[in-house]
Each structure stands twice: as C-alpha cells, then as structure tokens.
Write a protein that binds this ligand. Structure first.
Ligand SMILES: [Zn+2]
Length: 374
C-alpha cells in the first residue's frame, strides 16, 4: 500500500485491475467487453449506472456508461474513455521490477485511457470502503473518444448533474493540465472535371487533378500561424493512365486555438478551391465536419482551482500546457461545464512504445480521491 496524504491507495489491487483492463480488447467502436467489465465493477460497488443508446448513433458495440455515487455537497464528474487506439488487439501489460509498465512491443499499452479507468475504479473502491464523507461522484465512461470524441458527443449532456468535470487524458507529467484545446474541422473537397481520352482528344477533357493541384499550390499548409494548423492528408483521383481524370477528392483537417479563426481558414480554403478549379472549367464541392470546439481555461476556473488545491496537498508540481489535441473535455466545455483535461499515467501514447509506471497509476487514483474531498 502506498501512503498519500490522507488515505491509502491499494497499489496491488490497482495494478491488478489495470493489468486486467489492458488485457481486454477495446478498440474504438468495439468497447463491449470493456463496458461489461466496468459495469461489473460498478455492480460490485453497488453504484447505480445506466448505459445509453449512443451505440446506435456511433456504430459502437457499447454505449456510454453514466453512474452516480451519492455523497455530500456538490457533485464532481470523473470521465475516462473506454476505447484504445490500434494496434490494440491482444494487449499485454509487462511490469518491470522498477515499476515501469509497457506492452510486449507489438501493440499499444492502452494506458490511454485505461490508467484513468483503473484510477477511477480504485478511487470509487476507496470511497465506498472509507467512512470519511466525500462529494457525490458522477461517472462517465465514454466510447470512441479516439474517433473525435464520437461517444461523448452522442451523450445526452442534459443528464449531467455536476458543474465540474475531470478527464485524466493528457499524455504528460502527472500534475499537468490543458489550458486550451483547439477547434478541429475535417473537410472533403470533391472536384469534377471532364473525362476524355488522354491520347486521342485531351483538349476535350478537364483534368480534375490539375484543378486540384492548382488550388493546393495556393493553400498554405502546416503551421499557418502560431495557433493554427492546416493539413491536406489524402488525395484520390483519376480512373486510368490514359484518361483525363474526371474526379479528384482531397481530404484534410485544420485546427485552431481560436474557433472563429478555424472557420475563417475553412472559408479561405473553400474559396481558393472554388476559384482555382473554376479557372480551368472544373467545379469543387466542399463539405466539412466540426469535430471539436476550442476552449480556454481561465485562472479562476472552479475545476482548475480544485485541481491545483489537490496537487498542492499531495506535493505534486502543477504544469499548465496548451495542447493541440482534443478530448472529451472539448465536449463538456462546449456544454458549459468547468472541465479539466489532466495529466494521466501514460507516456508515448498512440505508439507501441507506450508506457506508464506504478507510482503514476497511484498518483492518478490519489488525485481523484483528493478531488472527491475538496
Ligand atoms: Zn485518450
């Protein structure tokens, strides 16, 4: 057992649960087994929960799990995502003598975000075993976070009772937290030219590939300014080497720390495609999806103040970070919750070199326990 300031974390139990969770396959949209395991744990703890019908919308084999542990005072929401990225089938947690935990090298470890799932479940066990009064704890285990927060986005947020939420889903040091996450928009441009035989009568054709190339050459890509990025990630076009290509599809994404700027970048991109392809007689149709909406966390944010207070009480260094990722926190913030994306026990996430360690797993459970008491 590891002693933190005012409670004990059962390290052995936490490690065993984490190892077990890692062994469960839960790629995005196939979280059924993971959901079953979490629901069993909540049943064991006599915690009420429901699973929503979001699977019908997202295509996932499970819904989001929403639970509630009664307590005293204002409730706090703990959230973690159940899905892991690929390669994530047949994961195995290897625990080294020094406490480092990694996969066998062929898959990710899945500490993103199973370290948080394990931390929350261990914290709930501590809370239910202890006689000390604690805040009511609301729970949300989401599906398909890795697919642009599909699960949380499909959750009926009007069911949430808490005003504060914490997602331990930041791949950084324990004690870190996001001060901002960006707006993220994906787009698709369908360019239509005119097919013709490339050898016999190329003059009669309009090359959609040339039209796309002309537009792409005019669009600034990469880091377009200090808080926005734009990427063209996929191009598909043409039907044969001897055919003037009739259709070309270009896909990409853009991100910005400022929501309005993201919309402006999209408008510029749309205009450039339309103007450039029109110049050679082609047409462009641009469609897009806004996956995430940017947020900023102010210094007076209630959840941030609570989080910092707990870190101070545990002697953990506070580190703020502006990230360019995205998480379920974007969804909560958009709904008006005071939500924080906090450093989780995970490193080199989304790679087969992903690792964590016993001490950090304990720290996450300890911080959660602290948040349930402040
Ligand atoms: Zn994650």
């Amino acid at each position: 057992m590891a002693q933190t300031k005012d409670h004990r974390i059962n390290t052995e139990r936490l490690l065993s649960l984490f190892t077990e969770l890692v062994s469960i396959d839960s790629p995005s949209f196939s979280e059924r087994q993971m959901a079953d395991r979490i629901e069993k744990e909540l049943d064991d703890l006599s915690i009420n929960w429901t699973e929503d019908e979001s699977g019908k919308v997202t295509g996932s084999t499970a819904g989001n799990i929403h639970g509630f542990l009664p307590g005293v005072g204002e409730s706090v929401l703990f959230c973690a995502h159940m899905d892991t990225v690929q390669p994530g089938i047949g994961k195995k947690a290897v625990v080294d003598p020094d406490g480092t935990i990694h996969s066998d090298g062929t898959t990710v470890l899945g500490a993103d975000d199973l370290a948080a799932v394990a931390g929350i479940l261990e914290c709930l066990r501590e809370l239910t075993e202890s006689d000390t009064p604690h805040r009511p704890v609301e729970l949300l285990f989401t599906t398909a976070e890795e697919a642009y927060t599909a699960g949380a986005s499909a959750f009926d947020l009007s069911k949430i009772r808490s005003r504060e939420a914490f997602c331990f889903d930041l791949s950084d040091a324990i004690g870190s937290y996001s001060t901002q996450e960006p707006t993220l928009i994906s787009y698709k441009v369908r360019i239509r030219g005119k097919a013709a035989h490339a050898g016999f009568e190329p003059e009669k054709g309009i090359s959609s590939i040339l039209a796309a190339a002309n537009a792409i050459a005019k669009i600034r890509q990469g880091r377009v300014n200090d808080h926005s990025t734009l990427n063209i990630g996929l191009i598909q076009g043409g039907s044969g080497t001897n055919v003037v290509p009739e259709e070309t599809v270009v896909e990409g994404e853009l991100r910005s720390a400022v929501h309005e700027e993201a919309l402006e970048l999209l408008a510029n991109l749309t205009r450039t495609f339309e103007d450039e392809v029109k110049a050679i007689g082609a047409t462009a149709e641009v469609t897009h999806t806004v996956h995430l909406t940017a947020y900023q966390v102010g210094a007076d944010d209630p959840a941030l103040i609570h989080y910092q207070k707990v870190l101070d009480s545990l002697g953990i260094e506070k580190r703020s970070k502006a990230t360019f990722g995205g998480s379920d926190v974007n969804v909560f913030r958009r709904h008006g919750l005071s939500a924080i994306c906090a450093g989780n026990a995970m490193h080199a996430a989304h790679t087969t070199k992903e690792y964590t360690n016993t001490k950090e797993l304990e720290d996450v459970a300890g911080i959660l326990y602290g948040l349930a008491h402040c």
